[in-house]
Design a protein around this ligand. Structure first.
Ligand code: NAD
Length: 266
């Protein structure tokens, strides 16, 4: 169910990274439904083209957030279109390798850290001056429940998501006096194509069925569930509204309460 917050300030400019598909697209749609001016970026040019065709009122850039030169161009585009920014959703992130620590490919490690950790840093350092100019704002970092627990066979992903929670708390401290709130969302498994790929890779690595991996993932949640992208988008909207005006520096589970991410089969 889509949240609809009465009195949400609809003239706000929102940047959603990796907004052309998955959770980011759902977040973009949710803010657009509130009347916000939404700019998305994504590395996938065909998804960006499709997005701008479906949502002509929104704007978009083709951006690899792990490349500072791309991020500079993204902010030139935002400045040209709007000259301001009120809400930043650092959503882009990849699953990274599924492998035991001794088997992780170094390039795959670096790619995961570059996109999941350095990317949000490159974006945020350019966004903060604009948020300050707006007199305040909301930064939402999409972390994961893997930012709150250990997760076997996902070292690079887990490291990058713990790190983004550290940045969330640090930035909340640095920016609180400027009326900029910074929070992290920690979804559990989110229904959609990405979790299906994660399940398939995990099943392959362990030589077991995808059904047993899915059952393990579901049992990690007290409520025995996977969440939907809309659940994540609704919390991003709440935290960016006046209802969330005094919430900062938090890492919030959206996961039916994760008890732990131990996924050993025996
Ligand atoms: P996804 O794999 O569906 O990817 C969404 C988009 O990211 C795609 O459009 C892709 O083109 C874009 N992208 C990939 N690399 C990029 C880059 N370098 N620069 C810009 N765009 C790039 O992902 P998702 O499931 O929508 O996940 C979104 C966020 O939520 C990620 O940070 C992810 O770690 C987090 N998350 C996802 C789940 C889940 O189960 N799907 C669970 C917890 C947290």
């Amino acid at each position: 169910m889509t949240a609809n917050i009465t009195g949400f300030k609809s003239d706000q400019v929102v940047l959603v990274t990796a907004g052309a598909s998955g959770i980011g697209l759902c977040i973009a749609q949710t803010f657009m439904a509130q009347g916000c001016k939404v700019h998305i970026c994504d590395i996938d040019s065909s998804s960006v083209k499709q997005f701008t065709e479906v949502y002509p009122a929104a704007t978009a850039s083709v951006t690899d957030i792990s490349k500072p030169v791309d991020v500079d161009q993204l902010f030139e585009d935002i400045n040209q279109h709007y000259g301001k920014l009120d809400i930043l959703i650092n959503n882009a992130g990849i699953a990274g390798p599924t492998a035991a620590v001794e088997d992780i490919d170094i390039d795959a490690w670096n790619q995961t850290v570059n996109i999941n950790l350095s990317g949000p840093f490159y974006i945020t350092r350019k966004a903060v001056p604009l948020l300050k100019k707006s007199g305040g704002g909301s930064i939402i970092n999409i972390a994961s429940n893997a930012g709150l627990f250990g997760l076997p066979l996902r070292s690079a992903y887990t490291a990058s998501k713990w790190a983004i929670i550290g940045l969330t708390k640090t930035w909340a401290m640095e920016l609180g006096a400027d009326n900029i709130r910074v929070n992290a969302l920690c979804p559990g498994s989110v229904n959609g194509p990405r979790i299906e790929q994660v399940i398939e890779r995990d099943a392959l690595e362990r030589a077991v069925s995808t059904a047993s991996i899915r059952e393990i993932y579901q049992r990690q949640s007290s409520m025995r569930l996977f969440v939907d992208a809309q659940d994540v988008a609704n919390m991003a909207l709440f935290l960016s509204s006046d209802l969330g005006a005094k919430i900062s520096g938090q890492a919030m589970g959206i996961d039916g309460h994760t008890e732990g991410l131990s996924n050993w089969l025996t």
